[in-house]
Write a protein that binds this ligand. Structure first.
Ligand code: NAD
Length: 285
């Protein structure tokens, strides 16, 4: 985990990520740098970290302090240790729908929550009582054929990649953003609504179609300092078939996906090490 500066929200996110990593059996290494570090020095540090023999995946906590270029930092880390799935190579493999590469964690978490909503729906239809969580993982991948998914937000971190993942599941996808005229009208046509805006409680009941699945990615401080999402939960919850809370919901699922990506990089590294060992043996080295 690489943290630059001491943004309190980032500190609390990495604390959670590290405690989940430890609870699930990962060794974690904490690298902290002052907000005043130069781009050049930080890039040098990241080059050392990415070469560390005991490290499979690196998480660079975003946002980095003003004056630092996060795109260049992610590029320096390289795709091999990109547990976050945010390196341009992985944004490309996500766009192309190629399997076997890390995908951005928050969009993966959104898809897992959509799968959970569909799984719960199927449980309700087939059983007298509803189980809270499935006994096996991963969940069946929901096929979204014929459904309209609306994503509010077009960031490289969430909006764009989650739109690609929804498209991959055959949803018809609309992407709304700050220049969209009447976003509430378009949003109210969604069977699946993903809000990744960063505006506290922007999405009210009139933005949501009755029976929709609503995934709230936003993490914002409301006027009283309370943590709130992009969705006005109390108004919207009675209208929809499933909704994620803030805090909870997408945040913890993003952390789970970070663990999944890191574990898959570890497995790939082990497989590569074994295959190069076998090649050396064959050559009698
Ligand atoms: P961002 O600022 O990069 O992007 C916000 C997007 O919202 C932009 O594309 C913008 O065009 C759009 N937008 C802004 N105002 C709008 C409006 N009035 N109507 C329609 N669209 C509008 O933010 P981001 O990095 O994508 O993050 C979005 C939110 O998700 C933030 O609250 C962030 O904290 C949260 N987030 C949560 C997690 C998590 O793990 N839960 C992860 C990443 C981001």
């Amino acid at each position: 985990v690489v943290l630059v500066g001491d943004n309190p929200a980032s500190l609390s996110y990495i604390k959670r990520k590290e405690s989940v990593a430890e609870a699930t059996g990962f060794a974690t290494f904490d690298f902290r740098f002052s907000a005043s570090i130069s781009q050049c020095d930080l890039e040098g540090e990241l080059r050392l970290i990415r070469e560390h023999p005991e490290i499979d995946g690196v998480l660079l906590q975003l946002p980095v302090p003003k004056g630092l270029n996060s795109d260049a930092l992610i590029a320096v880390l390289g795709s091999d240790v990109d547990a976050d799935g945010l390196h341009p190579f992985h944004q490309g493999t996500t766009l192309l729908g190629l399997d076997g590469h890390p995908r951005p964690c928050t969009p993966l978490g959104v898809m897992a929550l959509i799968d959970l909503a569909f799984w719960k729906r199927s449980q309700k239809a087939s059983a007298d009582h509803e189980n809270d969580f499935p006994a096996t993982w991963p969940l069946p991948r929901a096929d979204l054929s014929g459904l309209h998914a609306v994503v509010i937000g077009r960031s490289a971190l969430v909006g764009k990649p989650v739109s690609m993942l929804l498209l991959e599941r055959n949803a018809s996808v609309s992407i709304l953003h700050s220049r969209t005229v009447k976003p509430d009208v378009m949003s109210s046509q969604a069977d699946i609504l993903v809000a990744a805006v960063g505006q506290p409680e922007l999405v009210g009941a009139n933005w949501v179609k009755s029976g929709a699945i609503v995934i709230d990615v936003g993490i914002n401080r409301g006027p009283t300092g309370k943590l709130v999402g992009d969705v006005l939960f109390d108004q919207v919850a009675p209208r929809c078939s499933a909704i994620t809370p803030v805090p909870g919901g997408v945040g913890p699922m993003t952390v789970a996906m970070l663990m999944k990506n890191t574990f898959e990089i570890f497995e790939r590294n082990i497989a590569q090490a074994e295959s190069s060992e076998q090649t050396s043996k064959k050559r009698g080295e």
